[in-house]
Design a protein around this ligand. Structure first.
Ligand code: 26M
Length: 799
């Protein structure tokens, strides 16, 4: 419990403060105020309450000289802030009352806030959940990222195809950030390396200024807040006065525009695109600014002797994107602080750790040595030194190295520079050990550890699902929010008809709300008693939205064959964006929309099968979709999904999973019990063996009449012009790298088991209850405790 509960503001305090900020901060009287004005006034009111614990935390961390965690990430997919802050401060009831007295609509206010979409998907959202858990646990921490002016693009559909438009969240005042003009650092690029008195000195040829923008991240019960520090790029000189005076105004503004491009836009890919110079510069921009800030703070608190850095600083690299931190920290220690190479390397390795999020070979970052040498000449030298030292001390053969085929392999670099390397689920960590990093694992058998992902139950349960949260509070008390293992207490209710009835009613409320809101907006008349079958995630071949779509087509066909059959009504919901350059993923989007258009207007099948694909899936949409789901689709090819985190959110919200033995699905199934999980498909080992068989796809298609028909219907042009899908069909028949065909029959049969199970409401509800009861393991609080003990060696603050 919050210790100073008595200090919580009343509803009246809140409404007074809101009116105060409306008048004095927004400069608007209530009679003229727009929803935007009110939302800002409410945000400032809540922000005021966060600032006190925030500053107290900074003071405590500094005065007690505590070790801090620094989470470096190119992405923080935070979504909306206001609703989450209200919940974490424990002010939901008071705020509802305050808004009611002011005549304001709570939903309208909250939904006026743009999503901070500074990330692509799982990796970015994980960083946001981690920031929340670090604050909830009271761990002194900073998140460092980039303040992208434009987050992930907005998606719409034209003729069923994805069209991208720029996202523009900063085109209005952002009430949650504090700009720190005094925390600005110069970041250099290019130029050359000189030797001065036997020491290497990098003379950058270009530079920009990184300016800090701080957002407080408040933890559960409002006791602690950490800082998310995002860097915005500023020009070192504002404009070229000579050119301006000569009348060339556009050219005069060039240096400014050029500098600002560094923090202009988030790269919209969630696998690596071919090495783009701007992306490398963004990565170094984040890393250099963060390290300068970390070292400045260390020196201010602990003095000049950086030999103690690892005792006070734990840096986590979120994938390889900030992996240039290794060479950069060595460069600072050697070139600016006079350490020898070996000592610098040792200190860096005791400070840095690396999380791997993917095994897909196309997603492993690599930079050409030419580009690396051009943009960061001193760093390339240091990378060569790191590589030579590593090979000398381990006896690693020359053909395996950080530098291969004129490329810098960032995974190798991150591994070699890290004290600990972690995977994000048990299966993934095993595969990290046995595949991409097998030879490094042999050389460093204690370096790789597992830290299974988690998600914050504050946002993903208490905030997103009020009907369920209320039922949980009534059934097991409110303690679960800060200690998710307490959900275990629900097991005692899993056979109680009254509880199961209430659970069903809570789910139904969410389904009705979704039907009347988002779905009605799409022109879909949803049946709240149908199975709400949801697959939401980035569009990727390995995630197999195609498998789900082919199942829908085959089912549609079967319903047509026996329209009077005993079909279980189902609404399939898809959500997700494709990288703009990912042609296959875009083709799958097109197919889903074409199939939906045909099926949704078919009067014969309409009572049993509908498909919805709301555009522009984002964090806020997830908050609506996940609590309304009955069935969670986690159907990636085994061995390809590192963990998944959506899978955990669905489980917590009482959806049952249909899934493969991939990523954290394995652990979800272990936790909830195999009898409460719909398993299908090949295992990772079987999938690898299957792929090696020539003609595996064709053989599997020939064996499944349902699959053959589904492909046939597409080829006949039943869902729009067949030409659109020739490459998709060709790839499925002849290549099928993600084994859609091999897993189809098993998936289709499993879905029919789902149909049957859903018809037994009592049994379904019992399974849902047990899924919730056993989801406590998937709190990101548990994950963060794991990092603290195994990797960071930090402790939470006792207040
Ligand atoms: C790299 C270079 C250039 C541009 C973009 C990137 C890039 C950006 C994001 C590459 C990968 C990115 O994200 C990968 C990702 O989201 N991985 C997911 O991480 C989750 C959290 O651990 C896991 O749950 C998912 O299984 C995994 O796919």
């Amino acid at each position: 419990m919050r210790p100073e509960l008595s200090q919580l503001p009343t509803a009246q305090d809140l409404s007074e403060q809101i009116l105060h900020h409306l008048t004095h901060t927004q400069g608007r009287g209530p009679e003229f105020a727009t929803v935007f004005d009110w939302r800002l006034a409410v945000s400032y009111t809540i922000r005021d309450l966060i600032v006190t614990p925030w500053m107290a935390g900074h003071r405590a961390s500094r005065d007690r000289k505590l070790k801090r965690v620094y989470y470096l990430s190119m992405e923080f997919l935070i979504g909306r802030i206001l609703g989450d802050a209200i919940i974490n401060l424990g002010l939901d009831a008071q705020m509802d009352q305050a808004l009611a007295t002011l005549g304001l609509d709570r939903t309208e206010i909250l939904e006026d806030e743009p999503d901070a979409a500074l990330g692509n998907g799982g990796l970015g959202r994980l960083a946001a959940c981690f920031m929340e858990s670090l604050s909830s646990l009271g761990v002194p921490a900073f998140g460092y990222g980039i303040r992208y002016e434009h987050g992930l693009f907005r998606q719409r559909f034209e003729g069923g195809q994805q069209v991208e438009a720029p996202e523009d969240w900063l085109n209005q005042p952002h009430p949650w950030e504090f700009v720190r003009v005094d925390y600005s650092y110069t970041v250099g690029f290019k130029g050359h390396v000189e030797t001065v008195d036997g020491k290497s000195v990098w003379r950058p040829g270009e530079s920009v200024i990184a300016r800090a923008y701080d957002t407080p991240v408040i933890g559960w019960e409002g006791n602690w807040a950490n800082t998310l520090r995002l860097w915005g790029a500023q020009p070192t000189n504002l404009f070229d006065l000579h050119r301006f005076n000569a009348g060339d105004y556009a050219a005069a503004a060039e240096p400014e525009a050029l500098a600002r491009t560094l923090s202009r836009v988030l790269y919209p890919d969630d696998t690596t695109e071919s090495g783009k110079e701007l992306r490398l510069k963004q990565e170094y921009f984040l890393t250099s600014a963060a390290l300068q800030d970390i070292i400045r703070r260390f020196v201010a608190e602990h003095g000049e002797d950086l030999a103690h850095l690892p005792d006070k600083v734990a840096i986590q690299l979120n994938d390889t994107h900030p992996a240039i931190a290794g060479p950069e920290l060595i460069r600072i220690l050697m070139d600016e602080h006079g350490f020898g190479f070996t000592e610098a390397l040792g200190l860096a390795r005791r400070t840095l750790n690396y999380t791997n999020h993917t095994l897909l070979p196309e997603a492993l970052e690599r930079w050409s040595t030419w580009l690396m040498g051009h943009v960061l000449p001193r760093h390339l030298q240091i990378i060569e030194m790191i590589d030579a030292e590593h090979r000398a001390t381990t006896g690693r053969p020359a053909h395996v190295s950080i530098l291969q085929h004129d490329q810098v392999l960032m995974g190798e670099l991150a591994f070699i520079m890290a004290g600990k390397v972690n995977g994000v689920s048990a299966l993934h960590t095993d595969l990290v050990r046995s595949t991409v990093f097998s030879d490094l694992h042999k050389l460093h058998p204690d370096r790789i550890v597992n830290e299974t992902n988690g998600v914050t139950p504050r946002r993903w349960l208490r905030m997103a699902n009020p009907p369920l949260a209320k039922l949980l509070d009534q059934s097991i008390g409110t303690g679960w929010t800060g200690d998710l293992d307490q959900l275990k207490g629900l097991e005692a209710h899993a056979d109680d008809p009254a509880f199961l009835h209430a659970l069903r009613a809570a789910k139904r409320l969410n389904k009705v709300a979704l039907s009347n809101g988002l779905l009605a907006g799409l022109g879909i008349k949803a049946d709240p008693d149908a199975i709400f079958d949801v697959q939401v995630k980035r569009m990727h071949e390995y995630k197999r939205q195609l498998l789900n779509t082919l199942e829908a087509i085959a089912l549609w066909h079967r319903i047509h064959e026996s329209p009077n059959g005993d079909w279980t009504p189902r609404l399939k919901i898809f959500g997700g964006k494709a990288a703009p350059g990912y042609w296959m993923a875009k083709s799958i989007i097109h197919l889903i929309n074409d199939v939906a258009a045909t099926i949704n207007k078919d009067p014969v099948t309409a009572p049993y099968l509908q498909i919805a694909y709301p555009p522009n899936y984002n964090v806020s949409m997830a908050e609506h979709l996940i609590p309304a789901a009955d069935l969670s689709e986690q159907i990636s090819t085994a061995g390809k999904e590192a963990s998944g985190t959506g899978n955990m959110k669905f489980t917590m919200n009482g959806a049952l999973t249909i899934g493969t033995l991939d990523g954290a699905n394995v652990e979800i199934r272990e936790q909830v019990g195999p009898e409460n999980f719909f398993l299908f498909g090949l295992t990772a080992a079987e999938a690898a063996a299957e792929k090696a068989k020539p003609g595996h796809a064709r053989a599997a298609i020939e064996k499944s009449e349902d699959m053959k028909i589904a492909l046939q219907l597409i080829a006949e042009g039943r869902f729009g012009r067949a030409e659109h899908y020739f490459s998709l069909l060709d790839r499925t028949w002849n290549d099928d790298p993600f084994l859609v065909a091999s897993d189809f029959a098993s998936y289709f049969a499993c879905q029919r088991k789902v149909d049957a199970a859903y018809r037994d409401a009592r049994d379904w509800d019992r399974m849902a209850a047990l899924n919730i009861a056993r989801s406590g393991f998937f709190s990101s609080d548990r994950t963060i405790r794991g990092y603290m003990a195994d990797i960071w060696k930090v402790e939470a603050v006792t207040l």
